[in-house]
Structures are given as C-alpha cells and as structure tokens.
Design a protein around this ligand. Structure first.
Ligand SMILES: Cc1ncc(COP(=O)(O)O)c(C=O)c1O
Length: 486
C-alpha cells in the first residue's frame, strides 16, 4: 500500500509549522548530541565496552557521571526511567515482599509491583485542593506506615512530581534508615537537580540520603528521548540485584547514540553548566517578573504564587503549571488556545491546569513570549464567567482505597465487566488512569467504594480521557475480580 507521507515527512511538516515546544525533551531540539549519526551507532565490539558488563569506556563514562551527581555508582539506561523503576523496585524488594509506596507513583512502579507480586502499602501524599494536585509525601506519614507495616523493606516515592512538588528527602531517608529500609526516589523529573548550585534548583535525592534514584536525562537535561540514569549510594542496595534486573529489563543491544547523549549531559554540565543553567534560571526569573500582574490565571509557585501558600517542602521552578480555575476556560482549552493562537505546544493538561515544561535548551525569547501570551489571555478574561471547578474530580486520586489483594493477584484473576455505577464493594482487576501523568486513579486489587464510584462517574461526566487497561473506555464499565456465584 502506498503511503501518503512517511514518518520523516510528517515530522518535517510538523517542524515547519514552527510550534515552540513547552514539553519534553529538555534539549528542545536546539542542543545537539555530538556524533548523532549512523557512524557512531556501534554494537559491543573490541574497544566499545558493554553496558551489561562495563569495564572500559562506558565504565569510565558512568564513573564520571556518578562523580557529578554525587552517587557511588551511576548506570546508563536506554529505556527511560520506566526501566529504572522496573529495575529499582525489583532490586530492593524480594518477590512477594512488602514495600511502602507513594500512591502517586508513575505506572512503571505499579508494573514492577505487579511483576514481583509485591504487597504495596500505599502512603498518600498531601493533596493541594487549591490547584487540585498532589503535594509532597511527609516524613511523618512514612513513619506512620512503618509503625503499621514494620516488615516493609523499603519506600518508593516520586519527587519531584510531574508538577514540580518536592518532598523532604533528607527527613524521609532518615526515617527509612532508622527502620533499616531502603529509600528509592523516582526523580524522573529532577535530573537537573543539585548540579549547578547558583541556578537554585533543589538538591538531588542521592546527595540528600536516598539509596537509589532514577532520573530521566531526556526530561530536564539535554539527553535524547529514552535516556535516563540509575544512581546508587550508601551500599544498602545490592549491586548484584541491580545487575540482575538490568540484564532482564534492558535490551541486550543498548544504543550507543543514546549512551553518547548521556555522556554528553555530564560533559555539558561540567564544561558549560554555569552558563547553561545560569541562563535557564535567569529566564525563569524574568518570566516570574513578567507575570506578577496576572489577575485571573495563576502559575504554581511563580509570580505572586509561592511555596508557602501551598505548604510544599520545596518546588522545582522549571515547571510552569498554569491554573485556569478563575477563568472561563479549563486546562484543555488553555492548551488549545496556546497551540492555535500562539504557536506553543504544552506538556499536558488535566482539569483546571496546563503544564509547560522548560529545559536547558529553551530559547529565552520564547519563554517570555509565553508569559506575554498568558498575560494577553488574562487581560481578555471577564470575571463572573467562571468555568465550573473540575479539580474536585481529581481529588479522587487522593482517596484511601483498601488494597484487598496484590496487584498481580487482581490482574491475573478471572474478571468480569461491571457497570461503574454498580461497582461499589467490588475489587478492581484493572488500572484506570489519565495519561499524562500516568498516575493510576484505580489500582488493581483496590476495593472500590461509594466515593470512588461517584468520583469515577464525575470524571466521565466532566469529559476526562480515562484509560482502562482491560475494559473499553466508553462503556462506563470496570473489570472487577469475578464474584463467586453462591
Ligand atoms: C514520575 C515519572 N516517573 C517515571 C516516568 C517514566 O519516565 P521515562 O519516560 O523516562 O521512561 C515518568 C514519565 O513521564 C514520570 O512522570
């Protein structure tokens, strides 16, 4: 069959539209990886080393990276933080073991729990009702979980969140270590943390006491898509476990262009970090200055909004999360207007919010043009014509549901589709989530209750695009573990 357009032609046409990316990857297609051509697309031959048993140039390169990030050991990943989460969770917890897991983790964490039949004790982050987003996980909440579940061998949390909220890693690490447990931080959105002090981004989890962390170099550094780091510190995580799961979850043909790009992130920070990060921080400062006069739109922890107002431990200023609650539009409409009228593509929208991601590759003029675009919309807003508040629906994710059986048991059990309106009291056999951000609203094994049913129906009513991993998204049904016929 003749193709209308090749993938290459399609992407070329997209580029020709001149839409500015306020989304990943962090290089913004402006900073180029050296040697990114088939000439450098090697395999493991004499002289090129082997990621799975690194003893030569890759070992040297990863050691240099570990030094920069403050880790004892860093491993290059060519399948994103997704693979880092699969490796990390599997390495820190035995099969059928117990872990304390933040309920707002990325789905890759849940997939690891599922594969290893781990019993997850969910710790709920605080919920920021103002913006309708998750806040941080508190050390006190983690301590309480250890009191309740002393056999937990580790804790897995996401910090920063997609939206930029940072938890108190040092305090959480102390709690974990007091209980002889490992702290694994999914820092997928924090690869830029702690590298250039003067830029003012938060410190990274490894330097704050985490035992293991994963970072996506493609999200907030200059790595090509799929590049990530797995960092280890403190000697609590067994290296042989990490190596075992690296062998299982990472391709036996890791891409040299991707590894070159990871090596180049380290070089960029070492050689030009002050300049590149300084520029980035100054751009964000100028953005803040510009948006001080906003009256209807708000930008999380920017402009007149602040960390203290939300009670977050810390925040990553590279994230520009625009809240539309006091306007006549929601996040989806805001994102459409930004695309169609102003030529910006944002990272994601959910409920009243739309998220713009900045990165080291950004063009200052474009970020300030984005500020002007938000100011233009702000001036056009007429108060009194306020969009109905949809963020309430998202607080569904902060509801404490009872985990009746492990994720694996629930997914593999015989299931049946149940009308959502009749699903209270039933155990879910599938994940329900919005993507992005990929945080499950319902996890398999959770017993649905009245509040959850009501919340799911509300999300449907408000037009949320929900993904169901087993049942059709349009039928308002959910796959539940088959009920015993008495
Ligand atoms: C918190 C979090 N962890 C992990 C991932 C997976 O990262 P990657 O795309 O590098 O596989 C994501 C993806 O967006 C994420 O948001």
């Amino acid at each position: 069959m003749k193709r209308k357009q090749s993938l290459f032609e399609n992407l070329k046409l997209y580029i020709e539209k001149g839409i500015y990316p306020l989304h990943m990857p962090g290089h913004k297609r402006r900073i180029h990886t050296p040697g990114f051509s088939s000439l450098y697309d090697f395999t493991e031959v004499e002289g090129t080393d082997d990621l799975h048993h690194a003893e030569g140039i890759l070992k040297d390169s990863m050691e240099r990276t570990a030094g920069l990030f403050g880790a004892d050991r860093s491993i290059y990943l060519v399948n994103g933080s997704t693979s880092g989460n699969l490796i990390g969770v599997s390495a820190i917890c035995p099969i059928n073991g117990e872990l304390i897991v933040a309920r707002n983790c990325h789905r890759s964490v849940f997939h690891a729990l599922e594969l290893r039949n781990i019993t997850a004790h969910f710790v709920y982050p605080e919920f920021d009702h103002d913006f309708g987003i998750f806040g941080g996980v508190s050390p006190e909440a983690v301590e309480k979980m250890f009191q309740k579940y002393p056999d937990s061998c580790g804790v897995v949390i996401t910090s920063p969140t997609y939206e930029g909220v940072v938890s108190d890693i040092a305090a959480i690490a102390s709690v974990c270590h007091r209980h002889g447990a490992i702290l694994f931080v999914d820092e997928a959105h924090g690869a830029h943390f702690g590298l250039v002090k003067s830029a003012g981004f938060p410190e990274n989890a490894i330097r704050l006491g985490a035992d293991l962390s994963v970072q996506s170099a493609h999200k907030t550094l200059t790595g090509l898509t799929q590049t990530a780091f797995l960092h280890m510190k403190n000697g609590l995580v067994k290296t042989e476990n990490i190596e075992r799961f690296l062998d299982i979850f990472i391709t036996s043909s890791p891409s040299y262009p991707l590894m070159l790009s990871l090596d180049d992130c380290t070089e960029m920070v070492m050689n030009e970090g002050e300049k590149v990060f300084g520029n980035w921080a100054e751009t964000l400062r100028l953005f803040d200055e510009k948006i001080m006069s906003l009256r209807h739109f708000r930008v999380l922890c920017h402009g007149t909004d602040s960390l203290q107002k939300h009670g977050f431990f810390d925040f990553d200023k590279s994230k520009l999360m625009v809240n539309c609650r006091d306007t006549h539009m929601d996040g989806e409409r805001f994102m459409e207007i930004m695309r169609e009228r102003f030529g910006f593509e944002l990272e994601m929208q959910l409920s009243d919010n739309a998220l713009a991601m900045t990165g080291p590759g950004d063009d200052r003029e474009q970020i300030l043009r984005f500020a002007d675009a938000v100011l233009t919309l702000d001036r056009e807003e007429e108060r009194g014509n306020i969009f109905s508040d949809r963020s309430e629906g998202m607080s569904l994710m902060s509801m404490d549901l009872c985990q009746a059986v492990t994720i694996q048991c629930a997914v593999e059990a015989e299931s049946e589709e149940v009308d959502i309106s009749e699903a209270s009291g039933r155990i879910s056999s599938e994940y329900v989530y919005c993507y992005p951000p990929g945080v499950p609203v319902v996890v398999p094994g959770e017993t649905l209750d009245e509040n959850c049913v009501e919340g799911l129906l509300k999300l449907f009513k408000n037009g949320y695009k929900l993904h169901f991993t087993k049942s059709s998204p349009y039928q308002k049904v959910i796959a539940c573990i088959k009920a015993d016929k008495k």
